[in-house]
Design a protein around this ligand. Structure first.
Ligand SMILES: [Zn+2]
Length: 251
């Protein structure tokens, strides 16, 4: 069962019910596992046992994790897709929750995914981390931003880094990606190689950005002066990939 960005869980992880005990609601086909077809049911419920994806991360295994992010992504899309974007007509949900068809003009809407880039900027022995003005003291992370229409991922990396930190980026290497369906993002991670070193922050999205050597990063993370993003995030993976080992502390 999924309601907005939250899922019904038991102590063992996601709560799976036989079909005859499923609650009323839109059924979303997730896939097959152990010979059984799995659906999520979108309900209005909330309360004890409901957890966000973030709260679920430690409880569920890889396959349930894939089902969970898919269910939340579809639920978030349907929650925000109430009317036809062409004529404002009523939508009918088809294809087991994966298509919304307009009852008026017949046009089809599909779940969307909005790509965002997230990157660790490296300059020789140093890497660049920045912080948002609203974050608690000490918290720093990799830079990130949404891809503009008509823009390549590499161009988005160079633009975002330039806008937020003033640093010019040359080579951009793909690292990996992470679905973030709250509501509809796919975080695409990169290692961005700096071609300049003078930091000029924009003061709005990023209030402070700094170069860290590996020695500085370990010392500040150990002392708590620097607080790095949490273990399940791609930003943490990017930082530890650059560092070459696990680091202490997290949000
Ligand atoms: Zn329509």
């Amino acid at each position: 069962m999924v309601s907005g960005g939250r899922l019904k869980t038991s102590d063992a992880g996601l709560e799976w019910l036989p079909a005859d005990r499923a609650p009323a609601g839109v059924k979303v086909l997730l896939g097959e596992r152990d010979g059984a077809v799995r659906f999520a049911v979108i309900t209005e419920s909330d309360g004890p046992g409901w957890r966000s994806l973030r709260g679920l991360a430690a409880l569920i295994d890889g396959e349930d994790g894939v089902f969970a992010v898919h269910a939340v992504g579809i639920a978030e899309w349907l929650a925000r897709t109430k009317h036809c974007s062409g004529c404002g007509g009523r939508l009918l949900i088809e294809q087991a929750g994966h298509l919304a068809r307009c009852a008026g003009c017949g046009s089809e809407q599909f779940p969307r995914t909005d790509p965002a880039v997230i990157m660790i900027v490296v300059d020789g022995e140093r890497c660049l981390l920045g912080r948002h003005p609203s974050w608690p003291a000490g918290r720093f992370s990799t830079l990130a931003g949404f891809v503009e229409p008509g823009e390549s991922l590499e161009s988005a990396v160079r633009r975002e880094v330039r806008e937020e930190s003033g640093i010019t980026v040359g080579r951009v290497d793909y690292f990996g990606s992470q679905p973030w369906p709250m509501p509809a993002s796919l975080m695409v991670g990169f290692v961005a190689h700096a071609e300049s070193s003078q930091i000029v922050v924009d003061g709005q999205e990023i209030e402070d950005a700094r170069w860290f050597t590996r020695t500085e990063m370990l010392a500040k993370a150990q002392s708590g002066e620097l607080v790095l993003p949490g273990g399940i995030s791609i930003s943490r993976s990017l930082i530890e990939h650059w560092y070459g080992a696990q680091l202490p502390g997290q949000w």
